[in-house]
Design a protein around this ligand. Sequence first.
Ligand code: NAP
Length: 323
Amino acid sequence: MNPHSKTLYNRLALIGVGLIGSSIARAARAQGAVGSIVATARSPATRKRVAKLGLADQVVETNAAAVAGADLVILCIPVGACGAVAKEIGPHLAANATVSDVGSVKGAIVRDMGPHIPKGVHFVPAHPVAGTEYSGPDAGFAELFVNRWCILTPPGGVEQTAVDKLAAFWCLLGAQVECMDADHHDLVLAITSHLPHLIAYTIVGTADELQNVTRSEVLKFSAGGFRDFTRIAASDPTMWRDVFLANKDAVLEMLGRFNEDISLLTKAIRNGEGDKLFEHFARTRAIRQGIVDIGQDSASPDFGRPHPGLPHTALPKPYASDD
Ligand code: NAP
């Protein structure tokens, strides 16, 4: 029945087709991971665009119609919207189907979606730690997940075969898979992703409000470090609002530690304590080297960052950021 020997699921339903949903569609199709893809999105404009791009075999108008007969359902929408959508699709899910998501926070997903997943349906939340600052169905590309981590946070009691099958799906899309507890995921991502985004949003806002440095100077001399923050601070406001609301406790914990450390550095600068500064910067440089060593970024300088108009196949791997 399935033309591809690698086919893991007969029918994949994607609810939400933005950067992540459209990348899953492209990658799943390129790898022959699913027999067919049915997609839906909230707005008629996005549904129309998805159909025009040919990202799915079928584009339907409602979430209920999308999940009917699907053996894999993935919600690719903001974290704050997942609970209501789970409630809506719950009665329409096929027996033995697997329901997953791609949300950047996992504790809230387990809490909000879990109660609406009926018995006989497998619930395996997931977070592909890969992204860019772009949004929408045009922004996705099949290689987004290659060599990136996808973290699965199955709640207790979920059938291991369902977890293994979803792990195999993500591996086929190029990702490396790790399982962990949802709360632990949220703590890890608070420091590796959420806090860096908050700092970027803050610093770009601070620069914007400076009175004695003109906007044109900020843009002109941005290669001095500011430019990298602006890329992160261009990330989708809805997605990140939801991340900070949903991962409040872990972010506040990391923010508290960050504020303590920045106070120490502030003091060292004020007191002219060069040794302290040097020691700190030498330690952080070693962390950067560690990330390069394990292949999560490239050592090459960040020149010629590709732009969305270029074909994605031309994009170098370090383009994917860890969101
Ligand atoms: P995106 O490009 O902005 O796409 C979001 C999709 O969700 C669109 O199809 C949008 O529909 C739909 N949507 C928005 N609000 C909705 C609502 N209230 N109810 C139902 N559908 C809604 O976003 P994305 O970057 O793909 O992010 C999707 C998810 O992936 C988020 O949970 C995010 O945390 C996670 N994630 C993102 C990244 C990243 O770097 N971007 C990385 C890893 C995980 P319309 O177009 O019709 O409005």
